[in-house]
Write a protein that binds this ligand. Structure first.
Ligand SMILES: Nc1ncnc2c1ncn2[C@@H]1O[C@H](COP(=O)(O)OP(=O)(O)OP(=O)(O)O)[C@@H](O)[C@H]1O
Length: 288
């Protein structure tokens, strides 16, 4: 098992200008967007999340990366109040997810994995429903919904039922719904999966603009090139543990790319890349 990258696993200090004491209220000392302490989750014999600590500063574009089964979705589900931890504490912008759920839910937007939506609503009806559920006035919901549908290229499909949307369209209407109330922190589980390059570029633009205004995006992905080009902060997870966290450049270290740093951090270098599958391909007519 590789060692943790010590410099990058230390929580950021006030000197980073990124975080400070929890709700101390002083200038430049806003609480981090997310603070996780001693978080555990077990499913039967399987430990999905193994006592992790994380500090994700506000105003950053943050990537949570890790191989399949690392515990990313489980962690995001606990951060957003969708799954109760066995042990540990999570605070969003200084508010405890389980002790103060209303304060937390009003501050976050969530695009979960395998998003369940009210599929018999049209895209526009779904946004109207989400906005009203968030307590926004009707005219504001209408205005924001129109703008989001336009920007995300869904205006032409706004009256179509969500059940008839493609995978990418579902991601986009889910994102619109998560952004409608202008949350402080946006959690996205694999937001670019199934999204075409043009739509991905649009989503990217929307998210970059959103973080530039001081909001925080936390998203999970396996696609290192994407994380490297979008994020300024990353947390690397493997086997339920945090292997590294910190500014992208620090986590990447001397490695030529985030991909190489990632392989080293998760201990996947030298993994069998399929050489043992010597029967595969070649068209030699044997063993088929
Ligand atoms: N509801 C569940 N019941 C049993 N085991 C679960 C459940 N949810 C997750 N796990 C297990 O917990 C571990 C972490 O899963 P998780 O979905 O959090 O990983 P992930 O990093 O999001 O993976 P991927 O990138 O493949 O989506 C895996 O071993 C998974 O099988």
């Amino acid at each position: 098992m590789p060692e943790q990258r010590t410099a990058a696993t230390d929580p950021p200090t006030a000197a980073d200008g990124a975080t400070g004491g929890e709700g101390t209220g002083g200038e430049g000392t806003a609480p981090p967007a997310v603070r996780v302490e001693g978080l555990w989750k077990r499913f039967g014999e399987q430990i999905a999340v193994s006592g992790i600590d994380l500090v994700l500063p506000a105003g950053r574009f943050i990537g949570l990366v890790g191989p399949n089964g690392a515990g990313k979705t489980t962690t995001l589900s606990m951060m957003t109040g969708l799954l109760r931890p066995d042990q540990g504490r999570i605070r969003i912008a200084g508010h405890d997810v389980w002790a103060d759920p209303v304060a937390v839910k009003s501050r976050i937007g969530v695009l979960p994995e395998g998003l369940r939506m009210f599929e018999r609503l049209s895209g526009r009806e779904l946004l109207a429903y989400s906005g009203r559920l968030r307590g926004l006035p009707g005219d504001q919901v209408d205005q924001r919904a129109t703008q989001l549908l336009d920007v995300l290229g869904l205006a032409g499909a706004q009256h179509k039922l969500v059940v008839d949307y493609s995978t990418g369209m579902r991601k986009k209407i889910g994102l619109a719904s998560a952004l409608l109330h202008n949350p402080e922190v946006l959690f996205l589980d694999e937001p670019f999966e199934g999204v075409d390059p043009v739509s991905a570029q649009t989503i990217r633009g929307v998210l970059e603009r959103y973080t530039a205004s001081g909001a925080t995006v936390v998203f999970s992905s396996h696609v290192m090139e994407l994380v490297e080009s979008l994020c300024d902060w990353v947390a690397v997870m493997a086997q339920g543990r945090i292997r590294a966290q910190g500014p992208l450049a620090e986590v990447r270290g001397d490695a030529p790319s985030l991909q190489s740093a990632f392989l080293e951090l998760v201990g996947a270098q030298g993994t069998d890349t399929g050489a043992s599958l010597d029967w595969l391909g070649g068209g030699n007519g044997t063993g088929r």
